[in-house]
Design a protein around this ligand. Structure first.
Ligand SMILES: *Cc1c(COP(=O)(O)O)cnc(C)c1O
Length: 636
């Protein structure tokens, strides 16, 4: 069945909706490969399929995470340009300064790229914990850096942040809970440093979507109106109102609709104006994160999408803040956003091999001998009679025959071989019915699940828990598609299973313009030929939330950068070895080697094992410890 059917690459592009979610970075080229345009202002493109061949030739194995720093640069440019455009068009008297929330992707190379890409725009960093503050302080080396400190803070965190104000950076400590005020005052008194403070407000405007809980009265973080007033009063008492400079709010991540954003801005602008009137110095209004990514390319307010663009986001924020300030007659603040997902999601692609498939292609059954069980003969007749107009009736007949066979078997009236034949015939019928459905204008409700029932499972060399945890934890959908053979028709519908032995380790949610689909159209596997799938837009949150389920560790990662002569491969980060993941969970590889060696010696002495077997066993054991946790292609 695995014959190649030619297909127009542009039809494949439409099928996988790459235009919707991938523009301008990912396209399908004439060769039927996915092509990356890391810098949309330049013509250069990198053919992903050729890139994998080149990397494989260097001994870099799949699963592999490829980061494209040019894309990261372009996202930071886009964000800053959109705000610059909005500021210019609306003649907003203030400026914009973005900060990158480190929690979105803490990898050193990525943070370093963010700092570099952000330099022309004075883009800063946001820390949500003490370790992230340490990263931010080390990474922002230039003069005029900008660091916003969120998250729960102990005294050390406070003191570190205060002392870092003496570097060339603006470091703002945002009070997330009312108790933090006394702590920061204590640190300030002890060190003799006047703090640069912000407050996080709990807006009453509701966000939407999964993270809507980040907002509102009952949110985990932030101060209520009365708590903010208390902070102001306390600062006034100490003659420190000049220290309060920033108002912060965060609506939650992936806010897919623009309306709640507009509402929140209106409320925040008013709160900001009130703080100015109460005598706080102010100067910054920080609108937090929330800027979404269109994972399914549908441009809707579906949770995996967004019904606005980055430019509209910037327009609405600038307009909302401007409006609020004009009404209140106060100076326009510097607008800060903590956009993380929208900056980091596009820059990495995860590539993995399909190892095999549970094909469910039954074709035509053999004609049964006349003396077999009546059920088998009946079901065969049902099979032969299937035509488009009787699919529903045939489905009922097949189901009934299968049920009857099971109950006869249960009472001992049918043998195991006969039951097996009935079940097999049932699948033949299902397949023929499914094929006939395509010729119907209206598919009966009960048969609409047949595509899913008859779908194949493609086994893939990766771990969902390590590389795409949100697909499991919150049914997040990421665009997934083959990166080659897009000039062939994908005739198989499949779900994707990972390497873990967890029944949740399966992807059965795929993007679609209409509704999320349980199966993905794929190409039949060809013996001896690799088939590589790409998971896109996973550059935000996925790398760091991943876990060691079944001890599959970090994948290999490389940075691929555009150069005048083509591209360069930099920063090869080897994925975890088995030895490394074992140490994470406190095993001692040397002791393990010793333990199995003693057992092997015992088996040798007792004559249960030969010397060559012992040697091979020990070699496998020791070399496995040093190897990749994923399956390797070049194993004999
Ligand atoms: C998580 C978080 C962000 C990042 O949000 P995105 O939606 O990824 O842009 C920004 N600010 C705070 C306080 C956060 O907790």
């Amino acid at each position: 069945m695995s014959e190649r059917q030619p297909h127009n690459p542009s039809a494949s592009a439409a099928l996988y909706q790459i235009e919707g979610w991938g523009r301008p970075y990912f396209v399908v080229n004439d060769a039927g490969h996915v092509e990356v345009r890391p810098d949309p202002s330049r013509d250069e493109a990198i053919d992903l399929h050729s890139l994998i061949e080149a990397l494989t030739a260097r001994g870099i194995a799949l699963p592999l995470l490829i980061r494209f720093p040019n894309i990261l640069h372009d996202r930071i440019r886009l964000l800053n340009d959109c705000f610059a455009t909005a500021i210019e068009e609306y003649e907003y008297p203030g400026t914009y300064r973005g900060v990158f929330p480190i929690k979105v992707n803490q990898q050193r190379h990525l943070v370093e790229e963010v700092v570099e890409a952000g330099r022309p725009y004075r883009h800063g960093l946001e820390a949500g914990s003490k370790p992230e503050l340490l990263i931010a302080l080390a990474a922002m080396q230039d003069e005029d850096g900008f660091i916003v400190c969120n998250g729960y803070k102990d005294l050390t965190y406070m003191e570190t942040a205060l002392m870092a104000q003496h570097f060339d950076n603006e470091v703002i400590v945002v009070l997330e809970r009312k108790e933090e005020l006394e702590r920061v005052l204590e640190a300030s008194k002890k060190l003799g440093i006047r703090p640069c403070l912000g407050v996080r407000t709990k807006l009453s405007s509701k966000g939407i979507g999964r993270w809507s809980g980040s907002c509102g009265e009952r949110a985990k973080f932030g101060l209520t109106t009365s708590e903010i007033v208390a902070v102001v009063d306390r600062l006034r008492e100490l003659d420190m109102l000049d220290c309060l400079k920033l108002l912060h709010f965060h609506m939650g991540s992936q806010v897919s609709s623009i309306l709640p954003i507009k509402n929140a801005i209106r409320e925040a602008a008013h709160t900001y104006a009130e703080l100015v009137k109460l005598g706080a110095a102010m100067g910054y209004l920080d609108v937090g994160g929330g800027l979404a990514v269109d994972y399914d390319g549908s441009k809707t307010d579906f949770h995996a999408s967004m019904n606005y663009g980055v430019q509209e986001y910037a327009y609405d924020i600038v307009a909302g803040v401007q409006d609020g300030c004009e009404k209140a007659g106060i100076a326009a603040p510097t607008i800060v956003s903590e956009s993380g997902r929208a900056v980091a999601a596009y820059q990495s692609v995860l590539l993995f091999d399909v190892l095999g498939a549970d094909g469910v292609h039954f074709g035509a059954p053999d004609e049964p001998e006349p003396d077999v069980h009546r059920l088998i003969l009946d079901l065969y007749e049902t099979y032969r009679g299937i035509v488009p107009k009787n699919v529903q009736e045939s489905w009922h007949d097949a189901l009934e025959a299968k049920e009857e066979a099971r109950s006869l078997f249960k009472y001992g009236y049918l043998g195991m071989r006969e039951l097996a034949r009935v079940e097999k015939l049932f699948w033949h019928c299902s397949e023929k019915i499914q094929q006939n459905l395509h010729r119907l204008r209206h598919v009966p409700e009960e048969l609409s699940k047949l595509d899913e029932l008859m779908s194949s499972i493609y086994y893939c060399n990766f771990s969902i828990f390590q590389s795409a945890p949100d697909t499991w934890a919150m049914d997040q959908v990421f665009p997934i598609m083959p990166i080659h053979r897009l000039d062939e028709e994908p005739t198989v519908k499949a779900r994707l299973a990972d390497l873990t032995c967890d029944s949740d380790g399966i992807i059965d949610h795929f993007i679609d313009r209409e509704e999320v689909q349980p199966v993905l159209p794929l190409h039949p596997l060809v013996a001896g030929e690799r088939y590589v799938l790409g998971m896109f837009l996973g550059g935000a949150y996925q790398e760091i939330l991943g876990d060691l389920h079944n001890l599959f560790g970090d994948t290999n990662a490389v940075h691929v950068r555009l150069e005048d002569y083509g591209y360069s491969v930099a920063h090869l980060i080897r994925g975890d070895s088995i030895e490394q993941v074992l140490r994470y969970v406190q095993h001692d590889p040397e002791a393990m080697v010793e333990s199995v060696r003693v057992q092997a010696e015992r088996a040798l002495n007792a004559g249960r094992m030969t010397l060559p077997q012992l040697r091979t066993f020990m070699r496998h054991y020791e070399s496995s410890l040093l190897g990749y946790t994923y399956l390797s292609a070049d194993e004999e």
